[in-house]
Structures are given as C-alpha cells and as structure tokens.
Design a binder for this molecule. Structure first.
Ligand SMILES: Cc1cc2nc3c(=O)[nH]c(=O)nc-3n(C[C@H](O)[C@H](O)[C@H](O)COP(=O)(O)OP(=O)(O)OC[C@H]3O[C@@H](n4cnc5c(N)ncnc54)[C@H](O)[C@@H]3O)c2cc1C
Length: 457
C-alpha cells in the first residue's frame, strides 16, 4: 500500500527533505532489499523506510509516525525470528546505517550506536583486547539483543549483555531524547535492560568492557546421534559443575556430510591452561568423533555457529522455553526428534545460563528470569517456501511434547510471532512494574511492533 492512502504525499516529501538519511518508498530501486530481514518467511511491505543517519532523523521519523497514526517498526539487526523489524503499510525506522563505535580503553567502556551488529562491536573492542557479552551469532543486532537481555559466551563470567549496559540514549514516543542510566530516568533504565523495544528507539548504548582474548579457548566436540542420550546425560552433570568462566551449550543437528550428530559447544573465558583443565572432561567423554576445541581469536568464537544461523533469507520458525532440569524423558524426546529432523538446517539447541547471569537479583533489571537453567530452542530452517506448512507443523508438534519439560518461562527475544500471550511469562514478577513504566513513557503504545507490553488503559 502507498503511504498516500493514509497520509498526504506532501508530508512524506517534507520528511524526505528533513532527514539526512535515505527515505525509501514502495517501488523505488532499493525498496526490495531494504525490506528483507533475517527470516525469509517474513514478507512485509512497509510504505516508507527511513534509513536514519543519526538521532535527528530518528526523532523526525518517530514524530511523523505518531502524528500520522501509521504503524511504526524499528529495525536493528533484523534478526527477530518473529520479523518484528518490518511492518505492513507503515513506517520503518531502519537503524542499519547507524553503526558508529567509540571505545574508551582506559575506562574500559564503549559507546555504540543502535544499529550495530555484534561483529562490528567485537571487531572494534578487540583492538584493545576488550569485549562485552554479545550474541552467539555475529550478525545479530546489538539493539534487539541487548534490550531483550542478551545471552552469550561471556554470560557466566560477566552476566547478560543487559547487565553490562551503563547507559542508553533513547528517543521516546513523544520525540524527546533522554539518557537512561542509574542516575537519570532510573525506571526507564531498569525497563530497558530486558523489556525489549517497548519504550522507544535506542540510538546509542554505553557498555562496560572486560579484558577478553585475543585468544580464547572454544570450539565443539561432536558425537554421532546414536550416542546422544549418554552425551546429554553427561552434559547435564557437566553444566552443574561449571565455573563462571566456562560455557557449555549443546546442539542436535546435521553434520555437513549429512549425518545426524550431537555437538557440545565449549568455551572458557580465562587463562588457556585453566580452560584446558576445566573443559577436559567434556572433550574426553565418549570419546567424540571429532574434537575441534582449541585456542582461537575471540572474534572467531563469536562466529562459531554463524552457518547457517547467520545466513539471511532462509525460512525459519522457532519455539523456545527455559528448562531447569534435563530429565531422562526430556532427553529421550530431544533425541527421538533429532532422529527425524525435517531439514538438514534445523537445530535443537540448549544454552546453559549460569554464573553471574543467574545470580543477579531478579528485581535488579527487567530481565527477571535469573537462575541456573537451559534456554531450549527448536530452530526449524528450510529454503523451499512451499514446505512452510510442514515445517511449522513439525515444530509445533515437537514443542507441544517438549513444553511440559520446561518451566513455563520464556526468553522474550525467542517468543514466536504467533505467541503474543507468552509475553508476561518472559518477565516473571517484573511484569506489573514494566506495565507501569510502559504506561508512563508510551501510553498510546506507539512502540507496539515488538513482544508487546501493553500500557494500562
Ligand atoms: C540466528 C540468531 C541467533 C541468536 N542468538 C542469540 C544469542 O546468542 N543470544 C541472545 O540473547 N539472543 C539471540 N538471538 C535472539 C535475538 O536476541 C533477537 O532476535 C533480537 O531481537 C535480535 O535483535 P536485532 O536488533 O537483530 O533484531 P530486529 O529484528 O532488528 O529487532 C528485534 C526487536 O527489537 C527492537 N529493536 C531492535 N533494535 C532496537 C533499537 N536500537 N531500539 C529500539 N528497539 C530496537 C525491534 O523494534 C524489534 O521489536 C538470536 C536470534 C537469531 C535469529
């Protein structure tokens, strides 16, 4: 739909004149590529995409969407499985050109613009041998990931991405720029650390950095699926004894040569020799058919599972929940389904949350699900769009069988498009406070194309 069906063309022309960045409309040469997101299943057609160059463009775009009463989406790295970065018939604030970074090596902090992806941030901070907890796939946006919480390779030692945020510059629903920090807009600062994109457009993040690398221990060990039951039973005990410095994730997937396998993804964030000692039991168990663990640059570990997860345009459908136990029956279910994956790109993943990430007071940030637990994910991926129905059905059936083994809580960033009712389950006891803060800063729910926290009427 053309935006002229909802607002006057003259108003769009006026916006185009105001912004420094690109304004892209239906039918223009860059429109088709600009509306594409990570999940190929998402086929939305916004009327206008404003590829912002800076804060002033963001303010103009927010004011325009609000005053014209058109749907407003915000695009960070475009990795939301639910496709939340795009909308139909409305306006998209596209932050992908706002990728400035400035590291302060003395203070060990970084100021990072809201459209950066983790690969950008890691590259710049590693110049100084520094890093902060980021996503496990390098082209995920720092914006959506951090605002929702942010699980990654450093979470045991340094907490989630949101635990390392020092301040956030935000354009609010009324077009004002505020800095949220422990000393300014404290309620907003609390809500932005886990509450998602509900409160405004984050134009810049300030993160605490930590000495990491350049070499870290990381990699995976691989076993055939036939050994998966015993490997997962070993894995659940191994996780229980992990020091904060170590990470251990597990994935049931198909190897490049087409065989079903189980992989343990291992990492250590500290001296290499200590890491060798801590990770040794997981490398010797079995033994595995391949042990690919070794010292590697931090940025390489950050890309370890990019293929195919980081590839844009593949069709995806995702189900997820937290599990506090990996019972034998749950393990049996995962192994049984892994034996009949519908696609060689589909992955069943377990990300273990522990250490600092699990110990933070649940009331300290909006991300309230603090415990030692696994984030369980069914990530179905396929390339042929005509097969969508069977992959979605397979995933839903698997999830229906798996859900009783989960706690009922879910990571907000992993909620599927068809599950808006699960949003309160992402916040535990923090939901009511989030509703109050949403009501204060965005009473008309301008920012609603997200895992939405509805303001009070
Ligand atoms: C392959 C893959 C791997 C992943 N791995 C991890 C992982 O290791 N750890 C983890 O915690 N999560 C992970 N996720 C989930 C990820 O955190 C979410 O998909 C997150 O929303 C991605 O952020 P984005 O900016 O790329 O997304 P987008 O699709 O651009 O945006 C997602 C949501 O965030 C909002 N948003 C984005 N940027 C801003 C901003 N600057 N200001 C305001 N709102 C904004 C959007 O409006 C939208 O509602 C992964 C997702 C994928 C697809």
């Amino acid at each position: 739909m053309s935006i002229t069906t909802v607002v006057a063309e003259a108003a769009v022309e006026e916006l185009k004149k105001q912004v420094r960045g690109e304004l892209i409309r239906t039918g223009e040469p860059s429109y088709e590529s600009a509306r594409k997101v990570w999940n190929g299943m998402i086929d939305r057609r916004p009327a206008v995409i404003v590829r912002c160059s800076g804060v002033a463009d963001v303010i103009d775009a927010v004011n325009f969407a609000r005053d014209s009463n058109v749907p407003l989406a915000v695009r960070g790295g475009s990795h939301s499985a639910a496709g939340l970065a795009m909308c139909d018939d409305g306006l998209v604030i596209d932050l992908s050109a706002m990728r400035g970074v400035r590291v302060d090596p003395r203070a060990r902090t970084v100021q990072a613009q809201g459209g950066l992806i983790w690969a950008d941030l890691d590259r710049e901070t590693q110049v100084f041998g520094l890093a902060t907890t980021g996503g496990t796939v390098s082209n995920t946006g720092i914006g959506g990931l951090t605002l929702g919480g942010g699980l990654g390779w450093l979470m045991g030692k340094h907490g989630f991405a949101c635990d390392n945020v020092l301040s956030i510059d935000l354009v609010t629903a009324n077009g004002e720029v505020v800095t949220a920090s422990p000393s300014e807009h404290g309620d907003l600062f609390w809500a932005l650390r886990g509450g998602g994109g509900n409160f405004g457009v984050a134009t810049s993040f300030e993160f605490q950095l930590h000495p990491v690398g350049p070499a870290v221990l990381g990699g995976m060990v691989i076993h055939p699926l036939a050994r998966a039951r015993e490997v997962l039973r070993f894995y659940r005990e191994f996780c229980r004894g992990l020091p904060d410095e170590a990470e251990a994730f597990a994935a049931l997937l198909t190897s490049p040569d087409g065989n079903p396998v189980i992989a343990l993804l291992l990492g250590y964030n500290g001296p290499l020799d200590e890491g060798e000692r801590v990770l040794a039991p997981a490398r010797h168990f079995g033994p595995p058919v391949a042990d690919l663990v070794g010292p590697m640059p931090y940025v390489q570990r950050q890309r370890l599972i990019d293929d195919p997860l980081g590839v844009n345009g593949i069709h995806r459908y995702w189900k997820s929940g937290f599990a506090s136990e990996l019972s034998d029956a749950f393990i049996d279910l995962m192994v049984e389904r892994a034996g009949r994956l519908l696609s060689p790109m589909t992955v069943i993943g377990l990300f273990y949350v522990h250490g600092v990430a699990g110990r933070v007071d649940p009331g300290a940030t909006a991300f309230g699900l603090r415990a030692n637990q696994w984030d369980f994910d069914i990530i179905s991926q396929w390339t042929n769009p005509t097969e969508t129905a069977i992959h979605v059905q397979w995933t839903r059936e698997f999830w229906a069988a798996a859900e009783p083994f989960t706690t009922g809580a879910v990571y907000v960033n992993h909620i599927a498009e068809d599950e808006p009712g699960r949003v309160p389950a992402a916040f535990g006891g923090n939901y009511d406070r989030l509703v109050s803060i949403k009501t204060k800063y965005d009473p008309s729910n301008l920012f609603r194309l997200n895992h939405n926290i509805k303001p009070r009427a």
